[in-house]
Design a protein around this ligand. Structure first.
Ligand SMILES: [Zn+2]
Length: 172
């Protein structure tokens, strides 16, 4: 899994694009030009695109009902076990991200609803063949984390969402 940036995201020259409180002073053209610096082929190499906006301190410190990290950890370990088992006998492959095209075709089988969903996303978001493969692999991982044998449309939908940087006018 690749990380786009270690520091908080800056997607425009002034740095306030999509900030919850502060106003961005850049024109749409400036934002687009800034985003275009990240090239498509580079974005294709990144599994997950997630836009992160600043969170106020009060929200960070308030007790919120969410899955605790121990549970998340267990879920990740289980998903890893599923993948280890899946790739038994495939030398050098131990995680979904490492699947070649042949394995991908055998393992990432999606139903008709899923196929329609993915085709629509490909057309609307103008996705590359590489992005298509990434979506399938990430959706398989999301399904593994949910302990689901099949890749369901909701898993695909979540994976498509992680291609947000492929979208025109990112963040809009
Ligand atoms: Zn700005």
């Amino acid at each position: 899994m690749y990380q786009l940036r270690k520091k908080p995201t800056q997607v425009c020259p002034c740095g306030y694009f999509n900030h919850p409180e502060k106003e961005c002073s850049c024109s749409p053209v400036m934002v687009q030009r800034y985003l275009n610096k990240i090239s498509g082929p580079l974005l294709d190499l990144i599994d997950l695109h997630v836009e992160v906006t600043p969170v106020p301190f009060s929200e960070l410190s308030s007790a919120r009902m969410s899955e605790n990290s121990t549970d998340v950890r267990d879920r990740v370990i289980r998903a890893r076990e599923i993948q280890t088992k899946r790739f038994e006998g495939h030398a050098g492959v131990y995680a979904n991200a490492q699947m070649g095209s042949k394995l991908l075709k055998d393992i990432c089988v999606i139903n008709t609803i899923g196929q329609t969903l993915l085709k629509t996303a490909m057309d609307r978001l103008n996705l590359s063949a590489r992005a298509y493969d990434r979506i399938l692999k990430v959706s398989r991982t999301i399904a593994d984390l949910a302990a689901s044998e099949d890749i369901k449309p909701e898993h695909l939908a979540e994976a498509i969402q992680y291609r947000s940087l492929d979208r025109e006018g990112w963040g809009g």
